[in-house]
Design a protein around this ligand. Structure first.
Ligand SMILES: CC(C)(COP(=O)(O)OP(=O)(O)OC[C@H]1O[C@@H](n2cnc3c(N)ncnc32)[C@H](O)[C@@H]1OP(=O)(O)O)[C@@H](O)C(=O)NCCC(=O)NCCS
Length: 170
């Protein structure tokens, strides 16, 4: 039995948080579709996941599925390029051709911010897609030329996680 958290339905698809170290059958098909359409940066996702699945606090792999088959994916994880601690990254976001323009990008960003937003001080991402950039900016992400390997960042209000932090900050 795979470790999967059901998050309900969105745009006619099942939305899940995938928590199993083994990736689902069918994800490679989605990734192959992406690579064939020119989205080359997604190709290393299986190796990156198998080296360290994104299962820590603040991290998640979200999948939208049709009859169990992944049709879209999105990741929030620790930002591997960040120097500052508690910097998260939205990455590996791909909506397959059959699932586009039904609001899934917004669903993924909502899920990432709802479930992981309070963990990070700052979220960063890189996009060269103007449609995606507009959507991120509608959440308050700001374009920046100065962030290393990122086009956008969002500073998050922090919920104090520990008694120690509370006493330091109050
Ligand atoms: C970019 C991408 C993720 C968008 O996914 P999607 O699920 O089709 O996007 P949504 O349906 O949630 O639409 C997002 C917004 O863009 C708008 N939009 C979608 N397609 C559009 C298009 N072709 N032209 C203009 N606006 C468009 C939508 O109206 C929506 O805005 P709204 O929520 O304010 O109404 C998808 O096209 C994709 O995977 N592209 C290739 C990989 C990529 O570029 N990933 C992003 C990397 S950060």
């Amino acid at each position: 039995m795979r470790d999967v958290e059901a998050l309900g339905t969105a745009a006619g698809f099942d939305l899940v948080r995938w928590r199993d170290p083994e990736l689902p059958e069918g994800l490679q098909v989605l990734i192959a579709e992406a690579v064939a359409s020119g989205v080359g940066w997604i190709a290393d996702f299986p190796q990156v996941w198998h080296a360290r699945p994104f299962l820590q606090a603040g991290e998640a792999l979200f999948l939208a599925r049709a009859s169990g088959r992944p049709v879209a994916m999105a990741v929030i994880s620790a930002d591997p390029y960040a120097v500052a601690p508690l910097t998260g990254r939205l990455r590996y976001i791909y909506v397959g051709a059959e699932a586009r323009s039904r609001g899934l990008l917004r669903v993924f960003v909502d899920a990432a911010l709802d479930r992981a937003g309070s963990h990070w001080h700052r979220l960063r991402l890189h996009t060269d897609n103007p449609v995606a950039a507009r959507l991120y900016e509608s959440y308050g992400f700001r374009p920046s030329a100065y962030e290393d390997r990122s086009t956008h960042f969002l500073d998050l209000p922090r919920i104090f996680a520990t008694e120690q932090e509370r006493s330091i900050n109050c």
